[in-house]
Design a protein around this ligand. Structure first.
Ligand code: CA
Length: 231
């Protein structure tokens, strides 16, 4: 089994190193980022099993990083701060962090909490997976419940709308959908835009699921009409 990946977003290098050392000793794979924006970027673009997030960070602060991660993912987030008041404040804001620790804390306490949250998350996702709706077509696997996509066994990251569009098309394979229909279905009334948005999203999805330069094998363009997911 692959080691669990932990992302530490912490600007105090000595603290980050201490956390990393203890977590690595416990068998985790650890990545550290020292500012909010690169940390956020990592969290959103690579799948992490857990994020340890410092509150006061240069660039994007921990509040914002937490909020932005939660918009896209339910990865466990453990927030740390040197100030007890800040912890109370973030609890009150309900940003969706799973746990909070006040610095200084003992590294073994950190490791214990990380393990507890990973175990809890595993239980939740295993339970969810038993009910999961999974679409598998040739090399493409879409987990509609967990909102995850794999191409030939490799996980690809999708934005919310890209995922919705792909999953909608793949759920009704061989059906030709007009761009207008797709736009109405996926974007609904919530955004201003037009059917060109659909085209742009299809292009992005193809970049992730198709072989570059080759004729698309999953989503076929029906000229002058729209798209069809080929079974
Ligand atoms: Ca800090």
């Amino acid at each position: 089994m692959e080691p669990k990946k932990i992302l530490i977003i912490e600007d105090e290098v000595s603290i980050a190193e201490l956390e990393r050392d203890y977590l690595e000793l416990s068998g985790f794979s650890v990545i550290t980022e020292t500012d909010g924006s690169s940390g956020l970027d990592r969290a959103l673009n690579e799948r992490m099993d857990l994020v340890i997030l410092d509150l006061m960070l240069p660039g994007v602060n921990g509040f914002e990083v937490c909020r932005r991660i939660r918009e896209e993912q339910n990865t466990p987030i453990l927030m740390v701060s040197a100030r007890k008041d800040d912890i109370d404040k973030i609890r009150g804001l309900g940003l969706g962090a799973d746990d909070y620790m006040t610095k200084p804390f003992s590294p073994s306490e950190l490791v214990a909490r990380v393990k507890a949250h990973l175990a809890r998350y595993d239980r939740l996702t295993t339970a969810a997976q038993q009910r999961n709706e999974i679409i598998e077509i040739r090399g493409l696997k879409i987990d509609k419940t967990a909102r995850r996509v794999w191409v030939d066994g490799k996980e690809k990251m999708f934005t919310t709308k890209e995922f919705d569009l792909l999953s909608f098309l793949a759920s009704t394979p061989n059906h030709v959908f007009k761009k207008e229909e797709l736009f109405r279905e996926i974007w609904d009334m919530e955004s201003i835009g037009d059917i060109a948005t659909v085209t742009v999203h299809i292009k992005k999805i193809r970049e992730k699921i198709e072989v570059p330069g080759a004729k698309p094998t999953y989503i076929e363009t029906i000229w002058g009409v729209g798209y069809r997911f080929k079974l």
